[in-house]
Design a binder for this molecule. Sequence first.
Ligand code: FAD
Length: 508
Amino acid sequence: MAKKKTIRTIPQERTAMPVQDAAARARNFGEVALGYSEAAALIESERCLLCAEPACVKACPVGIDIPGFIERITQRNYRAAYDVITGANLLPAICGRVCPQETQCEGVCPVGETLEPVAIGRLERWVGDQAIANRWSTLPYIEPAGRRVAIVGSGPSGMACAADLAKAGCEVTIYEALHKPGGVLRYGIPEFRLPDAVLDGEYENLARLGVRVECNTLVGRLFTVGQMLDEMGYDGVFIGTGAGSPKFAGIPGESLNGVLSANELLTRCNLMRAREFPAQDTPLPIGRRVAVIGAGNTAMDAMRVCLRLGAEQVHCVYRRSRTECPARLEELEHAEQEGIEFHWLIAPEEILDDGKGGVRGMRCARMQLGPPDDSGRARPVVVPGSDFEFEADTVVYAIGTNPNPILGQTSRLKLDARGYIEVDESLATSMAGVYAGGDIVTGAATVIEAMGAGRKAARSLTAYLGIRDSGRLYANRTEGDSLFGIAAAERNFVRIRAAVPEGAARAR
Ligand code: FAD
C-alpha cells in the first residue's frame, strides 16, 4: 500500500511555471505563461495531500473533485484526470489559465499553511491542454428530451448552461451578438493570457454536443425574449449577456479624442484583431504615453495590450494603494515585470485638452485611505490642495462596467436599480421559463462563477421543463472514454427521460 503523504514527505517547493522573458514578451502577443511539462506536472501533483475532506473542492464554484483529478495525474492516467475535471468544468484549459485560484481552491489548500499551496490551476491547465492536443472527446448518445432552449450570450455562463442542457437532451441554440462566440474570453482577455486556439479547442466540444451557435444576432433588436417563447417555439430561455457596457467617471474631458474604454480597446485588439494591423483592417491608434485608470484584471490587460501595441510608456493610475489592487496578484506582478509604471493613491479629476481636440494629460488629486466603504476596502479620500498635472496622450478607462441594457429595455424582465436582472434562488427571472446568470445578475465577477451560475440555471431549467435523469446508468459508469463526464459506456442507454413538463404550461 502506498505510504500516506505528509507535509514533510511531499516536494517542498511549488513547481515553477516557465514564462517568456519579461522584456521580450512586453512587445509580442505570444502566451506569457508557457505551461508545465509532463515531468513538472508529475512533480507538482505529488504535492497534493489528497485530503479526505478537501477544502479546495468546497472553495471551487463548480465543485471540481480536485484531489480526484490530481491523484489520477500521479497515476499517469491523464485521460481519467480530464474526465474527473470535466464532470464539473467544461473548460479546464481556460479556467486553469484565468481563474483566481489564489482566492478560491489554492487559497484554502492546507499545504499553503506551511509551504506554498499546490498549484491546482497549473495542473488543471496542463490536463486541459493535453485534452486539446489529443482531442479527448467522444460523441455520447443522449436521449432527446423533446425540449428546445435558447441561450442569449455565448460567454462562460451561456456555454456552461448550454452544455448541461444539451447533456439533458435539450435542443439548444445560443444567440450571440458578436461575430464570434466566447464573450469576455474572446473579446476581453488578450491572446497572451488566453490564446484563441485554447478557446476554440474547448468551445469545439459544445458543437460536438449538438449545441448550435448563431452569431451576429442581437437579441432585443432582431427579436425579443418574449418572441422566443411565444413565436419561436422555445420552451425555456437562459440569459447570460454579461456586463459589457463601459463605465466612465463623468469628469470633464471624457469626449476628447484619445479617451477610450478598456472594453473598446480590448475588443478592437482581440476580436477585431487590431494587433495585426495593417494586415487586418482595424486601426487602434495608441499614443506615446498611455494612462490607464483602474487596477483590476481589465486594467492589467489594457495596459499590457498598449505596451504590445507600441506605447513607449504605460502608466496605471489607481485611487487606492497596491494592497487594495483588485487584479490577480500574478497579473499585477507580470505587469510590473513588463515595465508598467504604477501610481497608487491618485485619482483623475479632469482630462486636459491639447488644444486640438486631443488629450495632453489629466489633472489629478492625491488620495489617502480612510475607513472602509461598503465594499469593505479602505475608502480613498482626496488630500486637499494636492492637485497636479499628469502627462498623457491616451487615457483608458478600466473602472468597471455596467450591464448590457438591451434585453432589459425590450422585455418584461424585472431589473434592479443598477439594471442587473433580478432572479430568485433558482435563478428564475420575473418571466416564466426565463432564467439568468453570470455577470448580468451579479455584476462583474469571474469566469468560474459565471460557469457555476450557468450550470445552476441549467439544473433549474431542466426541473422546470420536467426533464428527469433516469439515474440508473451512473452505476455502470467507467472511467476513460467520455465527453464532459458522460462515459461512452452510457451510449445506447436511455440516460435522460422526458416527463410531462409541469411548469411549461405556466402563464408567460
Ligand atoms: P460575458 O463573458 O460578458 O458574455 C456575455 C456575452 O453575451 C457576450 O459575448 C455578449 O456579446 C453577449 N450579449 C450581450 N448582449 C446580448 C444580446 N442582447 N444578444 C446576444 N448576445 C448578447 N475573470 C476571471 O475569472 N479571470 C480573469 O482573468 C478575468 N479577466 C478579465 C479580463 C477582462 C478584460 C474582463 C472584461 C473580465 C475579466 N474577467 C476575468 C471576468 C470574466 O471574464 C467575466 O466574469 C465572465 O466572462 C462573465 O461571463 P458571462 O457569461 O456572464 O458574460
